[in-house]
Design a protein around this ligand. Sequence first.
Ligand SMILES: [Zn+2]
Length: 886
Amino acid sequence: MGTKFLTGILLALSITGVHATPIGIERAPVPIEPGVSLQLARQRAQILRNIRYRIHFQVPSSVTTSLKAEETIYFDCLDNSLPLQIDFKAAPGQISEVRVNGQQIDCQLAKEHLVIPSRYLHKGHDSVQIRFTPGDRPLNRNPDYLYTLLVPDKARSLFPCFDQPDLKAIFVLTLTLPQDWKAVANGPLKDSAGARAGGERSAQRGGGEKSGDAEGGGAEGASGMKTYRFQPSNKISTYLFAFAAGKFTTASKNMNGRLMHGYYRETDSNKIRVSLDSLFRIQKQAIDFLQTYTAIPYPFLKFDFVAIPDFQFGGMEHPGAIQYQSSSLFLDESATAEQLNGRSNLLSHETAHMWFGDLVTMRWFNDVWMKEVFANFMADKIGNITRPGGDFELKFLTAHFPAAYSTDRTAGANPIRQTLDNLQDAGSLYGNIIYNKAPIVMQQLELLMGPIPFRNGLREYLKTYAYQNASWPDLIHILGKYTSVDLEAWNKVWVGETGRPQIVCQWQTNGNTVSRLVLTQKGEDGSDRIWPQAIGLSFVYADHMDQYMINLNARSVTVPAVSGKPKPLYVLFNSTGKGYGLFPIDTIGISRVSDLPDPVMRASAYINQYENMLDGLTLTPHELLQLDQQYLASESKELNMGILLSQISSVFWHFIPAASRIAFAPDLEQTLWTTMLKTAQPNEKKLLFLAYAGIALSRNAQDTVYKIWSKKQPPEGVRLSEEDYTSLAAGLALRVYPGYEQVLTEQGKRIQNPDRRLRFQYLQPALSADPAVRDSLFFTFKDKKNREKEAWVLSALGYLHHPLRTEGSEKYLAPSLDWLEDIQRTGDVFFPERWLQVSFGNYQSPVVADMVRRFLKDRPAYNPKLREKILQASDNLMRAGKLLGR
Ligand SMILES: [Zn+2]
């Protein structure tokens, strides 16, 4: 994801990463502090070269017994006058021995570091040998399998290392495992040896080194165990080091001379039969596309993937051992278009990372957005090959714009490119701006440069920094050579700053002719910034439409092309859906949106109307609720229906006063039900039915939902899964429907899958009508041990803070903020943000708004990233205050 620039200015602009070239080594020892400070990372990047980790993990057969491990870190040290900090986030007892260049030393952990005194270090080659107990958390241990997931900074919780992306290293891995386990890692398997006679031997495959790096597997021969030795990996960052081991089934396919292996635990033979070939095919198509696009052959030793149950993300791009969420890969014949698109996208996204992120890696995690935006950007292009004819523009618009706005319109918005002082805070960089605003910005950059110059710039960037690291300014510098456009201002406002423009239109007519049309922009925050971009504007007439593309590159732009044109019925702003900001609404057109033939135009209009409502412009919440119901009745695209239903739900629960909802409900329920009946598509019918059940405030609607649940008889043409019935049962409980306790008991019995049944049992107290029972669950979350199953905790919070329960749950909000720093320290990447969103998203009370304001005011020195997340999550709350006149 890059942008171009005229060099000097750009470089001065915003380099928060580590400098590429040593300008003289910082001579002072860096203070020891938890995490990996930017200062430490910079110094180590200057003095360390040629890093190689040889690591041996011994995995016991019992999941409750700790692993044992031994490693040797080899490196060249350019300056041995400074103490050397090795990162290891562990308890002191986890280190049993440290040897530096063969000499045993007394070395204690200090603030998550092993500090090697300079007197033991050589200038030139050094080695540090460590025996230790690895941390369990990054290993995701299960009785039958485990897998590492180290992004962004968990490598240092697993083993002692230099945990920063620009100290790439070669990993030589050995694993001793229970006899019947398999293993996959970054490097190809070299050989394996087991204790049992006739045990699997020499599963060698792939090319590569034969000599050197022979590791004496310490546990080789232990009873019931087997040792796998892997060939040296390519040079990769620590966060990409990975292995998975356990009872997996494997499948292999020769794809144009490349042997690819897939590892999985799925047991549904139908899903396997329907899915497996597609998994290989799509990744192969993605590789082919990327090789052509980048002009660089697949850059790693091998291509294998692992499908993991309950994986934390959709996927993770470890070279040679990509991990995926199993349920996203293995689908059956009833898979919806959305699921198939999602799978294709996921496989393409992770494959694209092999070039964007793995081959060329950000220098520091502040530029993590670069790898994410290019993976998404390439996945969108690859989607045209793997899922042709798939509404590309509509998917892009509906997937990215509402999500980007939901963060960028808030007082807590962050720029795409952020600062990061310590790697331990890297988790807080992720969010809607990286995943949704950045692709929008990148699409514009390609439009601005033209697709071929843009591609050529990316090729040079990848070639220049292959197996190394680069920052955003490095990429901009290269792209600048391929365009005459000066993008400095463009980059400053789009990548370096937050927020969006508000566009205002003035036009004059002369009789039935347009004489002049002027578009003016300013920041939504009142600033006088300019966001250069191209937007579409359409004149809509009774029988046709004229579209104009306008380059909004100044505060005010006159559109000469429209002068002299007949006066239209109305003007539709942002009619191509590619413009980013708050656009005006020509009120004449509001009632005619449904007549627009292009679904992208309708989607753009829906989204803009919602944004205007939130800013208190043109439409009130009540008016929008009525309008969206009208639009819904005639909308024919599933994706657009999804937008309307999500707006309806949001307006109804967040921006209609709680006391008035009951009066609006019957009419809304009726619209949803009758629209469902006349819709033909099963997917759309299901969306509408679930929206109906999600409102269900009238007794009549609740009776209908109850009947459907109890007889397991959905409306004709609607297919409901076990999970859908579970959510209907939960909905009845939240509404304290008569006999809801029996509904929950019965639903518990209906669930066959043991994992899902456990989860449902866990959630029972959150659904209780007794506040004391709910309290008892909520206050357990104070202890990090009770937050480890993050997905379960979030579901429970969703019930506790349901709009129908907010009154009794306000008391949870202050503790939720008090625990936030601890939650960030102990939780996974996305958890703090989701914790806040699900806790604060449904409130409208001024008392709660005051509490949040006070919390922030009383803590001027509070962690700024968490402050942003709080402001993002409380945006609806603050707007409700204004919109409801409180
Ligand atoms: Zn990614």
